[in-house]
Design a protein around this ligand. Structure first.
Ligand code: ADP
Ligand code: MG
Ligand code: MG
Length: 891
C-alpha cells in the first residue's frame, strides 16, 4: 500500500486514511488556497506501527521520496545549515481530538541551522531573536512530546528566566535570553531523558513521527475517545508540513477563526489573533489575544484575504468551518480547517440558515443535528429574575451553554474525587489543558479566568456538551491555595457553591434557581413563551421535516395520566408501555398483602375485588389522556414479594414483639420467607404470576375492559392493548389469552359495549425471540422489552453488574458503551431481527415495537428503523429526541 500522500494528492473524503487534518489540508491545497506544502503519512502506517511496534516496510523510502520532493519544491534541505527547511510534525486522526495528541514545530533546527535561520531572517537582532525563540520551542516541544519529559520543567525554566529579567512577557526576552534558554532546555533533556537532544534533522523528524503514532494511546487520548465514542482502533495520520512563521515580528502572527459564531450560529467575524506568536500561543493563553476583527486594523490585506477564504470554505464545505492561520511578514497561510464543533443551539440555527442560503436542503438540515443536541437544548436554564437577586461575581465569556451549579474545586483530581462522592462540582482553573480532562468530565461545569472561546476549556466543553464560562479575567484564581478572588474582594474557596451560566458568561455566588428551556416550552405547546426565538423556529422546522420523513412511530412509556398527557404534547402517538405495578404501591400495599395471605378462594377473590376498582380508575385516566391512540398496558410483572415488607425489618418486628406479635405480621413473615427468591429476576414473575395466582390477571383484564367500556360510553375512543410480560413459550401465552378473551367477552356482554383489545406479548427472553414464529400464533403484537432481553441475553443482572465491573469492561474495550444504554446490535439485536422476521412470517400484520430504555437512545432508534419496527416507545422527555432520530434514520 501507499503510505504517504502529498497534500496535492489527497482530498476531504479521505479522512479514514489521511485523518481529518490531512484530508482538509489536501482539500485546501487543491482549492488553490495558500497552504504550506507538505505530505501526510496514513493512518494505516500508524495502525501497523501500533500493532507491530515497528513502522511498515517501505515507509522510510516513501518518506525519503516525499521529503526530497518537498525539499526540491522549497529550494532548501531539511535543516540545511545556511538556510534550513523546517517542518512541523502534526497528529491528525479521522475525528478531531483537540489537543489530545501531539504536534512538534520547527523540526530541522540545531546549533548550526539556527544560525542559518537567523541570517535568512535578516541577520539583525530581530532575526536572531526569532531563530533562537524557534529553536527553544523545538527543544521544549520535542522534550515534552517525543522524549516524555514533564512539560512544567520547561515552563518553569522560562518563568525563572523572565523573573530574573524582571519581566512577565515573553516579548521582553531577546536573542541571548532564548539562546541561554536553549542551553537550559538541553540540560533538562540530558538529565531527564538520559540522552542528548538529537541534532540530526532527519532523526528529529523520524522520532517525532513515532511519537505522534504513540500519542494515539496516551491515557488522555483514550479517555477522550471513550467519552466521545470514537473507536479505539483507527490510529492517527501524521502531517509533515513546511513551517511558516508567525513569530517573525509584529507584522507576523497566528490566529484561529470561525466562519460563524460557534455558540449561536450568527454570521460574523469570530476568532482570536496574536501578533508575533507561534502555534499554540493563541489557545494556550500565554498572552491576551485580540479579537479577530482587530486584524483589519493591523493588516488589512491579510484580513480581507482571510475573510474571502472563509467565505470560500463555507460555501465549499456548506457548513461552519473553523480555521487555523498564520501570517508571516504580511503573507497569509492556512494551517488547518475543519467543519467546526458548535453548541447544540448553533447546530439547529446554522442548519436552517444554510437551508435559507440555498446551500443545503431541508432534509440535509435534519441530518446536521442530533438527538443528543436536542436533548441538551431541553435542559433547564437559570431563572433570570432570580439570577438578578443573586450576587454576580463576574462575567466571563459564554463558551458553552447551560446552567451549572456546584461546589468550586480547583484541580482535576479534586473534581473527580468529589464527583465520585456524588457532589456537583464546578472545575475552576486559570486555564485548562489536556491533563484536566478527567476533571472536566466529572464536573457539572467549567470556569476559567483566561483564554477565549477557542481556548482548550471552551473547545473541549462544547464537544462534551458541558457548561463552560471561560476568560473570566477579573477572577484571580489561586489553584495552590484552593480559592479564587472576585472583584470587590469576594473570596470563593474550595467547597463554596457557585453557579455559572454558559449562555451569558455570568458567574454567581451560591445557588441560582433554574427554569425550563424555551425549547421545552415549545414542545409543551406554550408557543407564546417561545415566540420569536430563532432557536425555537429552527427546532420547529427541523422537527416538522423529521416527522414527515420518519417511518417509525413514537410512543411513550407512561404509567399515569399526567405523564401520558405530557408525552402527547411532546408528540407521542400512543403509549408503548404502561406499567401496572405502581398501582400496587402506597396505600394499596395492604390490599396486595391480603391477596398474598389469602388462604381460601373467597379470601383471594375479596382481595382482588378490592383492587379492581382502583385499577379501573387508573386505566380510565390514562385511556382518556391518550384518547384515540393505542395504549399498551402490561399486566403485573414483578415478583409479589416486592410489594411485601422487608424480610429483616419484619423479622425484627415479630421477634421483639415476642408473644405479643400481631398474628397478621406472623403470617406475613411466613409469606415473605416462602416467597423469598435467590434470583428474583428469573423467578416467579410476569406471565408466571398470572398462571400461578388464580384471578390476578383476570382482575387486571377486567379492569381494563371496564375502563374502556366506560370511556366509550362517555364518547371517548379508547384503544387498549393488553401485554403479557416474560413469555418464553407460546403455551404460556395461549393459557392467559384464553382467559383474557373470556373476560373481554363477559364485560362486553355485561356493559353492552364491545371494545376490541389486542392481546400481545413482550419479547424479553431469548427463548421467546427464538420461538417467535410460534408465539406469533397467539400474539397480535410484540413489544421488545430490551432491558430484560439484554439482561437475559448477556446473563447480566443489571442491578449488580453496572457498579461491579462495567467500568473495567469499558476500559478493556469489551464494549464501547454499556449494552443497557445502546442496544447491542450483534447479540440482542440479532435476536430482535430473528423474532421480527419469524413473527411476521407467521402473522404478516403483527405490530412490532420496542419499549426498553433503548427506545430513546439515538443509535438504538436507528437500529429499530433498520429492522423495520413499527414504533419505538420511550420516556416522555425523550420523545422529541426519538422523533428527530427516527427522521434522521429515514433520510
Ligand atoms: P492541534 O491539532 O492540537 O491543533 P496542530 O497540528 O494543528 O495541533 O498544531 C499545533 C499548532 O501549531 C497550531 O496552532 C498550528 O496552527 C501550528 N502549526 C502547525 N504546523 C505549522 C506550520 N507548518 N507552520 C506554522 N504553524 C504550524
Ligand atoms: Mg490545530
Ligand atoms: Mg421486563
Amino acid at each position: 500500500p501507499k503510505y504517504v500522500y502529498d497534500f496535492t494528492e489527497g482530498n476531504k473524503d479521505l479522512k479514514d486514511l489521511l485523518g481529518g487534518k490531512g484530508a482538509n489540508l489536501a482539500e485546501m491545497t487543491n482549492l488553490g488556497l495558500p497552504v504550506p506544502p507538505g505530505f501526510t503519512i496514513t493512518t494505516e502506517a500508524c495502525r501497523h506501527y501500533l500493532a507491530h511496534g515497528t513502522v511498515p516496510e517501505g515507509l522510510a523510502a516513501e518518506i525519503d521520496e516525499h521529503l526530497a520532493a518537498l525539499e526540491k519544491q522549497m529550494g532548501k534541505r531539511l535543516g540545511q545549515p545556511d538556510d534550513p527547511l523546517l517542518v512541523s510534525v502534526r497528529s491528525g486522526a479521522k475525528f478531531s481530538m483537540p489537543g489530545m495528541m501531539e504536534t512538534v514545530l520547527n523540526i530541522g533546527l540545531n546549533d548550526e541551522s539556527v544560525r542559518g535561520l537567523a541570517a535568512v531572517a535578516g541577520g539583525d537582532a530581530a532575526g536572531e531573536r526569532f531563530a533562537w525563540d524557534s529553536y527553544r520551542r523545538l527543544v521544549q516541544m520535542f522534550g515534552k512530546t517525543v522524549l516524555g519529559i514533564d512539560g512544567e520543567l520547561f515552563e518553569d525554566a522560562l518563568e525563572d528566566l523572565k523573573r530574573s529579567k524582571g519581566t512577565d512577557s515573553d516579548l521582553a526576552l531577546d536573542a541571548s535570553d532564548f539562546q541561554e534558554l536553549v542551553g537550559t532546555y538541553k540540560r533538562i533533556v540530558r538529565e531527564h531523558a538520559g540522552r542528548e537532544f538529537p541534532t540530526d534533522p532527519r532523526e528529529q523528524m523520524d522520532l517525532a513521527v513515532k511519537a505522534v503514532f504513540d500519542s494515539w494511546n496516551a491515557p488522555r487520548a483514550i479517555l477522550y475517545r471513550r467519552q466521545e465514542r470514537i473507536p479505539a482502533d483507527l490510529g492517527t495520520a501524521v502531517n509533515v508540513c513546511s513551517m511558516v512563521f508567525g513569530n517573525l515580528g509584529m507584522d507576523s502572527g497566528t490566529g484561529v477563526a470561525f466562519t460563524r459564531d460557534p455558540a449561536t450560529g450568527r454570521q460574523g467575524v469570530y476568532g482570536d489573533y496574536l501578533q508575533n506568536a507561534q502555534g499554540e500561543d493563541v489557545v494556550a493563553g500565554i498572552r491576551n489575544t485580540v479579537p479577530l476583527a482587530e486584524l483589519e486594523r493591523i493588516d488589512k490585506k491579510s484580513y480581507d484575504e482571510l475573510l474571502s477564504i472563509m467565505e470560500t470554505l463555507e460555501n465549499h464545505y456548506r457548513d461552519l468551518c473553523d480555521i487555523e492561520f498564520t501570517i508571516e511578514r504580511g503573507k497569509l497561510w492556512m494551517l488547518q480547517t475543519r467543519v467546526g464543533k458548535r453548541t447544540a443551539a448553533a447546530a439547529f440555527c446554522i442548519a436552517t440558515q444554510l437551508v435559507d442560503q440555498g446551500l443545503i436542503t431541508q432534509d440535509e438540515a435534519v441530518t446536521r443535528v442530533t438527538g443528543a443536541q436536542l436533548a441538551q437544548l431541553m435542559f433547564p436554564r437559570f431563572d433570570d429574575s432570580r439570577a438578578a437577586d443573586s450576587t454576580l461575581l463576574t462575567k466571563g465569556m459564554n463558551a458553552s451553554p447551560g446552567a451549572a451549579v456546584g461546589k468550586a474545586v480547583f484541580t482535576s483530581e479534586r473534581a473527580v474525587e468529589l464527583a465520585g462522592e456524588g457532589e456537583d462540582v464546578i472545575l475552576v482553573r486559570r486555564e485548562t489543558n489536556p491533563d484536566d480532562l478527567a476533571g472536566m468530565v466529572a464536573a457539572r461545569g467549567i470556569l476559567t479566568s483566561r483564554g477565549g472561546k477557542t481556548s482548550h476549556a471552551a473547545v473541549v466543553a462544547r464537544g462534551m456538551g458541558k457548561t463552560c464560562v471561560c476568560g473570566a479575567e477579573e477572577l484571580e484564581v489561586d489553584v495552590k491555595a484552593g480559592k479564587f478572588t472576585a472583584p470587590g474582594g469576594v473570596v470563593v474557596s474550595e467547597g463554596d457553591v457557585i453557579s455559572i451560566d454558559g449562555s451569558t458568561g455570568a458567574v454567581y455566588l451560591g445557588e441560582v434557581p433554574v427554569v425550563n428551556s424555551p425549547v421545552v416550552d415549545y414542545f409543551e405547546g406554550n408557543l407564546a413563551a417561545a415566540d420569536g426565538d430563532e432557536l425555537v423556529r429552527a427546532v420547529d422546522r427541523i422537527m416538522a421535516c423529521a416527522d414527515e420523513k420518519r417511518a417509525l412511530r413514537v410512543r411513550a412509556n407512561a404509567d399515569n395520566p399526567e405523564d401520558a398527557a405530557r408525552a402527547r404534547r411532546f408528540g407521542a402517538q400512543g403509549i408503548g408501555l404502561c406499567r401496572t405495578e405502581h398501582m400496587f404501591l402506597g396505600d394499596r400495599r395492604r390490599l396486595v398483602e391480603n391477596l398474598v395471605l389469602a388462604e381460601t378462594d373467597e379470601e383471594r377473590q375479596a382481595a382482588l375485588d378490592a383492587l379492581e376498582p382502583l385499577q379501573r380508575q387508573d386505566f380510565t385516566g390514562i385511556l382518556e389522556a391518550m384518547d384515540g391512540l393505542p395504549v399498551t398496558i402490561r399486566l403485573i410483572d414483578p415478583p409479589l414479594h416486592e410489594f411485601l415488607p422487608d424480610l429483616t425489618e419484619l423479622s425484627v418486628k415479630v421477634a421483639t414483639a415476642g408473644r405479643d406479635a400481631d398474628p397478621k405480621d406472623v403470617r406475613l413473615l411466613e409469606a415473605v420467607r416462602r416467597l423469598h427468591e435467590q434470583n428474583p429476576m428469573l423467578g416467579l414473575r410476569g406471565v408466571r404470576l398470572g398462571l400461578v395466582i388464580p384471578g390476578l390477571f383476570a382482575m387486571q383484564v377486567r379492569a381494563i375492559a371496564e375502563a374502556a367500556a366506560e370511556r366509550r360510553r362517555a364518547g371517548g375512543d379508547p384503544r387498549p392493548e393488553i401485554m403479557i410480560p416474560l413469555v418464553g413459550a407460546v403455551q404460556e401465552l395461549e393459557a392467559v389469552r384464553e382467559e383474557a378473551r373470556g373476560i373481554l367477552a363477559e364485560v362486553a356482554a355485561a356493559t353492552g359495549v364491545d371494545v376490541p383489545a389486542m392481546i400481545g406479548t413482550m419479547i424479553e427472553l431469548p427463548r421467546a425471540a427464538l420461538t417467535a414464529g410460534q408465539i406469533a400464533e397467539a400474539a397480535e403484537f410484540f413489544s421488545f422489552g430490551t432491558n430484560d432481553l439484554t439482561q437475559t441475553t448477556w446473563g447480566f443482572s443489571r442491578d449488580d453488574v453496572e457498579a461491579a465491573f462495567f467500568g473495567r469492561y469499558l476500559e478493556l474495550g469489551i464494549f464501547g458503551v454499556s449494552p443497557f444504554e445502546t442496544l447491542d446490535r450483534d447479540g440482542v439485536g440479532r435476536l430482535i431481527r430473528i423474532a421480527a422476521e419469524e413473527g411476521r412470517r407467521t402473522r404478516p400484520d403483527i405490530k412490532l415495537g420496542i419499549c426498553g430504555e433503548h427506545g430513546g437512545d439515538p443509535d438504538s432508534v436507528h437500529f429499530c428503523h433498520e429492522v423495520g419496527l413499527d414504533y419505538v416507545s420511550c420516556s416522555p422527555f425523550r420523545i422529541p429526541v426519538a422523533r428527530l432520530e427516527a427522521g434522521r434514520a429515514a433520510i
